[in-house]
Write a protein that binds this ligand. Sequence first.
Ligand SMILES: [Zn+2]
Length: 160
Amino acid sequence: MSQLWIESSAFDEMLDEAVRVYPLETGGVLTGYIAENGEPVVQQILGPGPSAQHKRHRFHPDHVWQCRRLDEIFETSSERAVYLGDWHTHPDGSPRMSWLDRRTLRGIALHSEAELSQPLMLIGAGRAENWTWQAHRYSGDRMAGFDISFDVLELRSFSV
Ligand SMILES: [Zn+2]
C-alpha cells in the first residue's frame, strides 16, 4: 500500500481544528510535495479560514483567505510546496468518501489550476478526542468517467 506522509505538527493542527469545530464539519487544504518514489508528503495544512461557514454535513471554506495563504506558502518555500489536495471532517461519521466527495475529488483532478493529476482527500471521522483518518488519492477514470477510481493510502506521520 502506498503511503501518505504528514508532518506531525500539521497533523496535530488538523486534529485540533476537527475538535474545535465538532459537531460541525471543518476542513482545509494540504500542501507539500510529491517524493521521488511518488508518495505525497504533507508539510503544512491550511484550516478553513476566518470566514468559513460550518454546518453539520458540509462546510464552505474562506476561499479568498486560502488562496492568499497558499500563495504565501508557495513563496516562502522557494516554490517547492504545492497544493496537494483537501482535507475535511465527517463528525460522527465514516472516513470513507461520500458520493459528493468523489465527485469533488474528480473535479479537482480534472480542473485544477495546479495540474495536479492525483489529488488527495484526507477525511477524519469521529468525535471529541477519538478520530480516524483515511487518505484517498484519485487514480483516474475507468470506462470514460463512469467508474471513478481511488486508492486508499496508509497515513504515516513524521517529525522534522
Ligand atoms: Zn466528505
